[in-house]
Design a protein around this ligand. Structure first.
Ligand code: GAR
Length: 215
């Protein structure tokens, strides 16, 4: 299977995925990493792992759809079967989502459907919830709200800041995202409306559900 990864910044999830790939836990070919930000640290990480890193400048395009068509063109060059959003902070147009629907994944640092959109860790701290976490889900036209593959839950502590909560959640992001990709490449994920089922996974566990197997 060929994978394309879209990023906008730091690239720590990208790095976790590339590391899992290097270690042979994820077996697919990660063909290309594309950023909409020129100085995204993730582009350097891709280079360090010997993966093609491409920057596409949104201001070269008249609108979102034109930019996304260019993205599609780049991903098609590599016959990408799965598109992974790893901290990609730009809203995708319908044209893009329709093209890759069912093979387009995202990670979001909250327990969806809570705290969708920007700054979910800050919103969780301010709201005073006792638990938050992260979610890997299929991308649909509704922002941060597609069918859920796996979630990890972490406690929120009384003196947490956005920053401390972000760090606690991120540790689990780096485990659940490679795991979900591995399940996808192994053909174990099936989708029935909003419901996702991972074949032979162990359900009913904490802090992740389903249970992590390889990460
Ligand atoms: C991650 O926390 C990811 O879950 C979040 O951006 C961060 C990117 O970090 N994504 C979203 O909020 C998407 N709505 P990274 O570049 O170090 O992987």
């Amino acid at each position: 299977m060929n994978i394309g990864i879209l990023i906008s910044g730091r690239g720590s999830n990208l790095e976790a995925i590339l590391k899992a790939n290097k270690e042979g836990k994820i077996k697919s070919n990660i063909k290309v990493v594309i950023s909409n930000k020129e100085h995204a640290r993730g582009l350097k990480i891709a280079n360090d792992y010997g993966v093609k890193a491409v920057y596409i400048n949104p201001s070269d395009f008249s609108d979102r759809e034109e930019f996304d068509k260019r993205l599609i063109q780049e991903l098609e060059k590599y016959s990408v079967d799965l598109v992974v959003l790893a901290g990609y902070m730009r809203i995708l147009s319908d044209v893009f989502i329709e093209k890759f629907e069912g093979r387009l994944l995202n990670i979001h640092p909250s327990l969806i459907p809570a705290f969708q959109g920007l700054k979910p860790q800050k919103k969780a701290v301010e709201y005073g919830v006792m638990y938050s976490g992260c979610t890997v889900h299929f991308v649909t036209k509704e922002l941060d709200n597609g069918p859920i593959i796996i979630q990890a839950v972490v406690p929120v502590l009384p003196d947490d800041t956005e920053d401390t909560l972000e760090k606690r959640i991120l540790k689990y992001e780096h485990r659940i995202y490679p795991q979900a990709i591995k399940w996808f490449e192994d053909g174990r994920i099936s989708l029935n409306g909003r419901k996702v089922y991972v074949k032979d996974a162990v359900y009913g566990t904490l802090p992740t559900n389903p249970k992590l197997e390889d990460f």
